[in-house]
Write a protein that binds this ligand. Sequence first.
Ligand SMILES: *Cc1c(COP(=O)(O)O)cnc(C)c1O
Length: 373
Amino acid sequence: MTLQSAKTLPLVDLRRQYESIKDEVRLAMDEVLNNSDFIMGEAVFEFEREFAAFCGVKHAIGVASGTAALHLVLYALGVGAGDEVITVAHTFIATAEPIVILGARPVFVDINLQDYTLDPARLERAITPRTRAIIPVHLYGQCADMSPILEIAEQHGIPVIEDAAQAHGATYDHQRAGSMGIAGCFSFYPGKNLGAYGDAGAITTNDDALAERLRRLRNHGRQSKYEHLENGYGERLDTLQAAVLRVKLQHLTAWNSKRQNLAVYYSDKLSGIPELKLPHIRQTSAPVFHLYVIRLAERDLLLKHLQERGIQAGIHYPIPLHLQPAYRALGYHRGDLPQTETAASSVLSLPLFPEMTRAEQDFVIAAIRDFYG
Ligand SMILES: *Cc1c(COP(=O)(O)O)cnc(C)c1O
């Protein structure tokens, strides 16, 4: 039960996955190179059809990144100067960046510490006449508690945009991430559950008019080659990335169930340690474990202990958005979001990727047990 072949156990190992699909990927990339349809090529449209079907929605629109997906949806919904968009601070900064770029103000609602997602009980009091959208984040692979969020949003006539960048294939009440709000925003950053070999993203929606507008906006507002109906952006999905994503989408369900099995094993073996808060799965929820995150008071000491044994654990995320230097001007202070701040100081992501072996998991588990003597 030692790591004989590798000196360190990484948080994710993209190389190992590539080795397992090398031939398929090279064939798909070769086809794009032979066709040389690098921009808006066939693979983009094929992937959009396949990803829409996977998510159970009418439309998927391939874009340049998850950040671009959020940006384009907020822009298409008319979010601009003076508006407010409600989201969480316990997330990657890309959830908030497009809000700020459009001149609007991110309003951060605290999370609950069971599943680390937006606490619906705190949502309503954050709504003002300026609220133009709500962005729950399906963090670590588990959907936010969408029913109450959608209900409150509907009562106030506010659209809900899902940040599904960590939740490809996760379900909530048998509905897939990205199929519940007005739009779902996906990232295919290499380390995500469905990852490209570069930057890539997609937007999912059942709204025909919104889909048509987004297809135009990502491609310079183009109606046809030379006719630009409105001012747009250069935020398209590359054909080469789409080709890689088509190959990897075929494996996503199997990879997600491997992640789920690894998570079950971690939870089983770590459940005897009372100091650890293990991931909580809500009853109608099937998470896809983008990350396996535990919570403990002595987080930094355990992180160091694991590092000394060559185990790369991670922290997602140590500085919440409301305390980021970049957002000082928003006027938030320490203490404003107690649950978020508790999470930031106590969460720890253990290594987890579909190709991880049982021996590697046992090594991590033994190291944690050893920490508690
Ligand atoms: C990765 C991620 C994004 C941004 O995606 P990019 O493709 O890197 O732009 C947005 N939100 C969350 C929660 C993410 O994890």
